[in-house]
Write a protein that binds this ligand. Structure first.
Ligand code: S3P
Length: 733
C-alpha cells in the first residue's frame, strides 16, 4: 500500500504511525495534527514521513485514512476531508465509542460509505500526546472492528492487515455490542477512578490522605490521570451504555453500604470472595490457563523414565469424594462449617464454585482450609447461568439430587468427557420421586432440572453398585415428603451417610438399605478431610512393584468401603503395614508403610470391585508386574468412568508391549515385561497417573499424552512423584 494518512497525532495516532513506519506497512506515512508543535515533533522524531498542512492535504491521494482525533472532533474533521477522498479510500478510526463515530459518518456523508471500517484498539496508557508514542503499543493487544452491513470485505481486510502488521489481534463485533462491552470494562472503571480521586482530593485533610495512600490507591486510581477531555467526550458519546452499567454498579454499591451499616458481614464476605475468585480467574484467562481451558487442553504430556525409586514419607492431597460432600452439606447446613484438608483439585473446586454461584458464601480454599457459611436447607439461590461441573461425574450426580428439590431451575453442564457419561441412572429415579429432569439423548448431559417440584419419597433398588446414585437419591430425600430408601446390590462408599449423620441429619442403615426422612435440617460442624486413598493407590502400587522401595503414606482415609486396593494388593502378596489407626470426624484414618514385594496374579474377588472402583487403572499395572495371570470380572462400571477404563488401559498397555484379553466386564492380564512407548490417557487422570507408575518397571521411556486432567483429582502429582524418586516430568508443549 502506498500512502496512509494519520489525522491526529496523540498517543494512539502517534503510536500507530510509528508502528506502521517501523514495519514498512506503507510507502509513505503522512500525518496531520491541529497542534502545530505536536505535528513538528512527529516529523522531527521520525514518527511520520510527511507533515501535511491540513487534514484535507493529508487525506488527498491516501489509500487509508485513520482518524485518531477525539470522539467529538470526528464530524468536523470528516467534513473538512470529504472533498479529498476518492471512492476507494478506506477510512477507519480508533475511537472508544463506535455508535457516535457511525452517527458522525452518516451526518457528513448522508449514508455510510462501504469503505468505512470503524475500529478501536484496546491499548493505551494514562499518558497522552505524541511524545508518548510507542511503536510496540499494539503488540499482543486486541483491536475491535465494528463493520456495518454494507461495509465492503476488501476494506475490512485492508484495515485488519494494518493492525495485524502492528502486532495486534483483530476481532469483529457489532457497534452496539462494542459500546456496551467497553462501557463496562473501560468507561465505568475510568469514571470511578476519576470520581474517587476527586472526592478524596476534596476532603479537607486531603494531604494526609494522599501522603498515606499506598499501593492500593495508586493501582486503583492510575487511570484517573488519563486525558480529561478525551474522557469527557467518551461519556457524552456513550451515554446510554454507560448509564446502564453505572446504574447497575450504583445499586450494588448501595447494597454494600447497607451491609456495612447493618454489620452484615456475610453479605460483605460474599461479595468479596466472589469478586476475588472472579478476578483470579480473570488473571488466569489472561495468561491462557483458564479453568475451563485446562480441562480440555490436550497438550500436557508426561514423560516417565525408567529406573525411578520409591522412598520416603508423603501425604497425598485430600479425599475427592469427601471434599465434594463437605461443600455440599456445609452449604445446606445452618451455621459455619470449617473444612481442613480440602482437595484443591479442579473437580472439587467446580463444586465449590457452583455453590458460590448459588449465593453461598465460601472462604478459601487456602492451603486446604475452607469456611462455608451455610445457607440452610432452603437457602440456595438461582445461579446466574448453567452450573459448569468440569470433569466431575460425582458433582453432576450429587447436584442433581440437591437441585431436584429447589424452587429454581438449573442447567448442569460439563467438559467433553462428562458430556458423554450416563445420567439416566440418576434422572430416572429422580423422576420417580416427582422431579422434572431433562437430559440429552441417551441420558447424557446437560441436565436441565425444573424447580418447584414437590418430591415424594421412594424405596429404590439400585440396578448398579453406585455411591453416586445412592448419594443423589439420599440428598433428594432431604427435600422429599416421607422416607426415601435406597438399597444397593453391593456396598459402595458411604461418605454421604456418614457426613449426614455428622451434620445431625439421621440416616438409617439396615443391611444394604439406607434411608432418610425429608424435612429436617443440617447443623454445621468441623470436617477433617483425610488423604485420598484413591490418590495414595498410585504410590501403594509404585512401592509394591519397585525393588528396594519403602514408602510411608500419612493420614490416609481407611473407610472400609474404600480399602479394596489394599485388600487386593495384599492378596497379590503386597507388603502393606497399617498403623496409627484413628477415627477423625466419623472417618477412619491411618498411616501406611509399603515395601517392595513380589506380586502374584489373582482372580480379583467381585465383592472387592466397588471397594476399589477407582483404583483399577493402577491395579492393572500391578497385575502386569505380578507373576502369572490376574483376572478381573464384574467391573463393567469401569467402562463409564472418565474414560472406558478397560479399553483405554488395554490400548495403553498394548502400546507399551503388554498383551491383555479384554472382557465385556473386565480384563485378563498376564505378568509380563513393560517396554516403553506412547500412551494416550484420553483425558482420564487416573490412566495418566497409572502409566507414570508403570515406568518404574519399564525398559524405556513412557510418553503419556493428554494429562491436563490429573489436576482434577491430584494437583501436585508430578512433584510429589518426583519427591519420592519417580522420574516423571511435564512437557506442556
Ligand atoms: C464416587 C463414587 C464412584 C467413584 C467416583 C466417586 C463418589 O462412582 O468412581 O470417583 O464420590 O460417590 P460410582 O458411584 O458411580 O461408582
Amino acid at each position: 500500500m502506498d500512502k496512509v494518512a494519520i489525522i491526529g497525532l496523540g498517543l494512539i495516532g502517534g503510536s500507530l504511525a510509528k508502528a506502521i513506519r517501523k514495519r514498512g506497512l506503507f510507502r509513505q506515512v503522512v500525518g496531520y495534527d491541529a497542534r502545530e508543535t505536536d505535528l513538528n515533533t512527529g516529523l522531527e522524531s521520525g514518527i511520520i514521513d510527511v507533515a501535511a498542512k491540513s487534514a484535507f492535504d493529508a487525506a488527498q491521494g491516501a489509500d487509508l485514512v485513520v482518524l485518531a482525533v477525539p470522539v467529538r472532533a470526528v464530524e468536523s474533521v470528516l467534513t473538512s476531508i470529504r472533498g479529498a477522498l476518492s471512492p476507494s479510500t478506506v477510512i477507519t478510526d480508533v475511537g472508544s465509542v463506535k455508535g457516535s463515530f457511525v452517527e458522525a459518518i452518516s451526518a457528513v456523508f448522508g449514508e455510510i460509505p462501504p469503505t468505512v471500517v470503524p475500529g478501536h484498539p484496546i491499548a493505551g496508557s494514562e499518558k497522552s500526546g505524541v511524545m508518548a508514542a510507542n511503536d510496540e503499543l499494539f503488540v499482543n493487544h486486541r483491536v475491535i472492528l465494528t463493520p456495518l452491513e454494507n461495509t465492503c470485505p476488501v476494506s475490512i481486510e485492508k484495515v485488519r492487515t494494518v493492525w495485524e502488521g502492528c502486532g495486534a489481534t483483530v476481532l469483529e463485533m457489532s457497534v452496539a455490542h462494542h459500546d456496551e462491552v467497553l462501557a463496562a470494562t473501560s468507561h465505568l472503571p475510568h469514571l470511578i477512578a476519576f470520581s474517587l480521586v476527586d472526592t478524596l482530593a476534596g476532603e479537607e485533610d486531603n494531604r494526609e490522605i494522599f501522603r498515606y495512600a499506598a499501593g492500593g490507591f495508586r493501582d486503583f486510581t492510575r487511570i484517573a490521570s488519563s486525558d480529561p477531555i478525551m474522557w469527557r467526550d467518551i461519556f457524552v458519546a456513550n451515554k446510554d451504555a454507560t448509564l446502564k452499567v453505572l446504574d447497575h454498579f450504583s445499586r450494588d454499591l448501595g447494597r454494600l453500604r447497607t451491609a456495612i451499616e447493618e454489620g452484615d458481614s456475610t453479605t460483605l464476605l460474599g461479595v468479596f470472595t466472589r469478586a476475588k475468585v472472579a478476578r483470579d480467574h480473570f488473571t488466569k484467562i489472561l495468561s491462557g490457563q483458564a479453568y475451563s481451558k485446562t480441562m480440555t487442553s490436550k497438550n500436557v504430556v508426561f514423560k516417565a523414565v525408567p529406573n525411578g525409586k520409591v522412598q520416603g514419607e508423603i501425604r497425598v492431597p485430600g479425599d475427592k469424594s469427601i471434599s465434594h460432600r463437605s461443600i455440599m452439606l456445609g452449604a445446606l447446613a445452618d451455621g459455619v462449617t470449617e473444612v481442613e484438608g480440602f482437595l484443591e483439585g479442579e473437580d472439587s473446586l467446580a463444586t465449590l464454585q457452583a455453590f458460590r454461584d448459588m449465593g453461598v458464601v465460601i472462604e478459601g480454599p487456602n492451603r486446604g482450609k475452607v469456611i462455608i457459611h451455610g445457607a440452610g436447607i432452603d437457602g440456595l439461590k438461582a445461579p446466574p447461568g448453567p452450573l459448569y461441573l468440569g470433569n466431575s461425574g460425582t458433582a453432576m450426580r450429587l447436584f442433581a439430587g440437591i437441585l431436584a428439590g429447589q424452587k429454581f431451575d438449573t442447567v448442569l453442564t460439563g467438559d467433553e468427557s462428562l458430556s458423554k457419561r450416563p445420567m439416566g441412572r440418576v434422572a430416572d429415579p429422580l423422576r420417580k420421586m416427582g422431579a422434572i429432569v431433562e437430559t440429552e439423548e441417551g441420558g447424557r448431559p446437560p441436565m436441565r432440572i425444573k424447580g418447584g417440584a414437590q418430591l415424594k419419597a421412594i424405596d429404590y433398588e439400585l440396578p448398579m453398585a453406585s455411591a453416586q446414585v445412592k448419594s443423589c437419591l439420599l440428598l433428594a430425600g432431604l427435600y422429599a415428603e416421607g422416607e426415601t430408601s435406597v438399597t444397593e446390590p453391593a456396598p459402595t462408599r458411604d461418605h454421604t451417610e456418614r457426613m449426614l449423620n455428622g451434620f445431625g441429619y439421621p440416616v438409617r442403615t439396615v443391611g444394604a438399605k439406607a434411608s432418610v426422612t425429608g424435612g429436617g435440617r443440617l447443623t454445621a460442624g468441623k470436617i477433617d478431610v483425610p488423604a485420598d486413598i484413591s490418590s495414595a493407590a498410585f504410590f501403594l502400587v509404585a512401592a509394591s512393584i519397585t525393588p528396594g522401595a519403602d514408602l510411608t503414606l500419612r493420614h490416609v482415609g481407611m473407610n472400609p468401603t474404600r480399602v479394596g486396593v489394599i485388600n487386593i494388593l495384599r492378596q497379590m502378596g503386597g507388603d502393606i503395614e497399617v498403623f496409627n489407626e484413628q477415627n477423625v470426624g466419623g472417618e477412619p484414618v491411618a498411616d501406611l508403610r509399603v515395601r517392595y514385594a513380589e506380586l502374584t496374579g489373582i482372580q480379583i474377588p467381585e465383592d472387592q470391585v466397588p471397594l476399589a472402583i477407582d483404583e483399577f487403572p493402577v491395579l492393572f499395572i500391578a497385575a502386569v508386574c505380578a507373576k502369572g495371570e490376574t483376572r478381573l470380572t464384574g467391573a463393567e462400571e469401569l467402562r463409564v468412568k472418565e474414560s472406558d477404563r478397560i479399553q483405554v488401559m488395554a490400548d495403553g498397555l498394548a502400546n507399551v508391549g503388554v498383551k491383555t484379553e479384554v472382557l465385556p466386564d473386565g480384563i485378563v492380564i498376564q505378568g509380563s515385561q513393560i517396554e516403553g512407548g506412547i500412551v494416550d490417557s484420553h483425558g482420564d487422570h487416573r490412566i495418566a497417573m497409572a502409566f507414570t507408575v508403570a515406568s518404574l518397571r519399564a525398559k524405556s521411556d513412557i510418553i503419556i499424552r493428554d494429562c491436563a486432567n490429573v489436576a482434577t483429582s491430584f494437583p501436585g502429582f508430578v512433584s510429589l512423584a518426583q519427591s519420592v524418586g519417580i522420574n516423571v516430568s511435564v512437557d506442556a508443549g
